[in-house]
Design a protein around this ligand. Structure first.
Ligand code: SAM
Length: 389
């Protein structure tokens, strides 16, 4: 662990309070660089650093301290949440032939593969999905989105819980007890014994995309919340591997989003004849008045999605009238605000508000297309902006 005083120029615009928080945190060099990258991108995107609220700085420190090391070391178990990709799926379905059953590859789908199932359900009858997962614990116990435990095949128990003040040994005891109770009473609906055929039309395959498992070919491929955690070189290879599974006329998406569809940024590709064409970069409007920090985290430097997000948000933030309107909608819908920052629970409400804002405000301007600095962006019905590339 190093430096207590972040003196990089990236931090110079921050308020004294935010700087003090960073100074007091015990952060290694990697984390300081990551946070510096974050603030540099935010500045380029037109945000004023002195307006950054302390809860956001605390969130960044926690992400560096706990979340990222766990994800990077492969410790986060394969979890997901129903509904997470629904608005992305709507976009994916555009152009999919409505009569022919489709084969879907869902890379790192999480468990249970509810989002694979949701996509299959929206596709023509007879469509199927393969959920490719690097690892699958024997049992997964999920209390809520930030509190879960799992049992490995050798019986080891691991857990994650989003409460800092409880000592780890107390938590571990609590979880061991909880898990044993659940194992004794398998009817508990919180405990899932993981299975390779958990749902009709969805098959789990345990394998690492990096090893190009033999899977056949697919009409649709999706990889959400995975590639951003790999270095640029590794993600390029993973992307290429995923796209190599596409059939002619197939489509693919990869990027990141939050639990209920906001904080989105992702790329879309199509396979035309034998060529892969990158067709669109899409992000949700909430990124112009960010709710959290995840879409802006460039984990290893050089993440193309973070770079593009910064560029497009800079364009939007140049439009004072639009930013005012967005901020107004966010403020109006923030019934629960903690120290100037929205609480997670507000996300769903605000996403709905945002959709209203989009239709009344943006569509009124340019018939569904926001034209800024010569770049035409389609505003889609899910409150997203799609930039054709
Ligand atoms: C953060 S979770 C996202 C889960 C789900 N896609 C979602 O968006 O809710 C990332 C998942 O990707 C899986 N994963 C990461 N790298 C992988 C790889 N190279 N091959 C297969 N799965 C991978 C992890 O096991 C984990 O379940």
């Amino acid at each position: 662990m190093v430096s207590q005083v972040p003196n990089q120029s990236a931090f110079s615009g921050l308020s004294a309070q935010s700087r003090a928080l960073l100074s007091d945190a015990i952060l290694d060099e990697y984390s300081l660089d990551l946070i510096a990258r974050y603030f540099r991108t935010m500045s380029r995107a037109g945000f004023i650093l002195k307006d950054v609220k302390p809860p956001l700085v605390r969130m960044l420190i926690r992400v560096c301290d706990e979340f990222l090391p766990a994800v990077i070391n492969g410790k986060i178990p394969p979890i997901t949440a129903s509904g997470r990709h629904l608005s992305i799926d709507q976009e994916l379905l555009r152009g999919v032939p409505c009569s022919r059953p489709q084969r879907v590859l869902d890379v790192g789908a999480g468990y249970p593969p509810v989002t694979s199932r949701e996509l299959v359900d929206a596709l023509p009858r007879g469509s199927t999905a393969i959920s490719l997962e690097r690892r699958l614990p024997s049992y997964l116990l999920m209390k809520d989105q930030s509190s879960y435990a799992w049992v490995e095949s050798d019986g080891r128990i691991s857990f994650i819980r989003d409460e800092k003040d409880i000592p780890r040994n107390v938590l571990l005891r609590e979880y061991q007890k909880f898990l044993r109770e659940c194992l004794d009473a398998p009817a508990s609906n919180m405990l899932t014994k993981t299975s390779r055929t958990p749902m009709a039309n969805v098959e789990m395959v345990v394998g690492d995309l990096a090893h190009s498992p033999v899977l056949g070919s697919f009409d649709i491929a999706r990889a959400m919340n995975i590639f951003s955690y790999y270095s640029v070189q590794a993600r390029d290879e993973l992307e290429r591997t995923m796209l190599s599974y596409l059939k002619v006329d197939g489509v693919a998406v990869a990027g990141s989003n939050y639990w209920n569809g906001c904080e989105q940024r992702y790329f879309r590709w199509s396979k035309v004849d034998d060529r892969i064409i990158s067709t669109a970069f899409t992000f949700t409007l909430d990124n112009a008045v960010p709710l959290g920090c995840t879409p802006w985290l460039d984990v290893w430097g050089g993440c193309p999605e973070v770079d593009l997000l910064g560029k497009f948000v800079a364009i939007i933030r140049n439009d004072a009238e639009l930013v005012d309107a967005l901020s107004h909608y966010f403020r109006e819908s923030q019934s629960m605000v903690h120290d100037g920052m929205p609480l997670m629970d507000c996300y769903e409400v605000r996403k709905r508000e945002l959709t209203n804002l989009r239709t009344s405000h943006l569509v009124g301007r340019a018939a569904g297309t926001l034209i800024a600095h010569g770049i035409a962006c389609d505003v889609t019905c899910a409150g997203e902006i799609e930039v054709r590339i």
